[in-house]
Design a binder for this molecule. Structure first.
Ligand code: TMP
Length: 201
């Protein structure tokens, strides 16, 4: 049987990395064959993306790198899913729809960022079976990110609040696929909600 492709999304500091790893570990303990992965990936394409973020490269160029990394990543994940592995991924296409949707808004050369981003994703064959959106106000998320010393140019409160709103719009449009999980509270409480969002049909 084909494996499930489960994606964790949320703004920086929402706790996705920790929660997605913990959920993957739990599914493995339950006997599933699980592969945890993330975007940007740890490949040459992903490193190019990280360099573009750190170097504050031109946003259209950075967008194309995110999508190139994803096309390669989806290609690599396809055989795992076909073999029945469960894939848990920290960020995927909704990161680009939300973050780059906000970043590219108002550019005269990209009159309809959402349509352009969706067109680019026609080249990404793989769609998630379930997206767990860890939702947290930007101020709380930023405080978490700062506490671990991990802030990058994307991490500014009003920017993140706009990205959060973009994510919530995407979730409202696809409630079956995208489950919104309250990311406030103790790690155990958030983990339990996230696991429920993965398991519930
Ligand atoms: P990370 O903090 O989850 O490693 O992601 C790095 C940054 O890149 C983060 O601020 C979110 C941003 N990002 C996008 O803007 N678009 C994307 O498609 C992805 C995967 C990440």
């Amino acid at each position: 049987m084909r494996g499930r492709f489960i994606v964790f999304e949320g703004i920086d500091g929402s706790g996705k990395s920790t929660v997605s790893r913990r959920v993957a570990g739990h599914l493995a303990e339950r006997g599933e064959d699980v592969h945890w992965t993330m975007e940007p990936t740890d490949t040459a394409a992903g490193r190019a993306v990280r360099a573009a973020i750190e170097g504050r490269h031109e946003p259209v160029s950075t967008t194309l790198l995110f999508v190139a990394d994803r096309i390669q990543h989806a290609h690599a994940l396809e055989s795992r899913l076909a073999d029945g592995q469960t894939v848990v991924c920290d960020r995927y296409l909704h990161s680009t729809l939300a973050y780059q949707g906000v970043t590219l808004a108002g550019r005269p050369d990209v009159p309809d960022p959402t349509a352009w981003l969706r067109d680019l994703h026609a080249h990404v064959a793989l769609r998630p079976d379930r997206v767990v959106l860890l939702d947290l106000p930007a101020e709380a998320a930023l405080a978490r990110a700062e506490a671990r010393g991990a802030t990058d140019p994307f991490e500014k409160v009003d920017f993140l609040e706009r990205v959060r709103a973009a994510y919530l719009d995407l979730a409202a449009a696809e409630p079956e696929r995208i489950r919104v999980v309250d990311a406030a509270g103790t790690p155990d409480a958030v983990f339990a909600r996230a696991l429920d969002a993965v398991d519930r049909a």
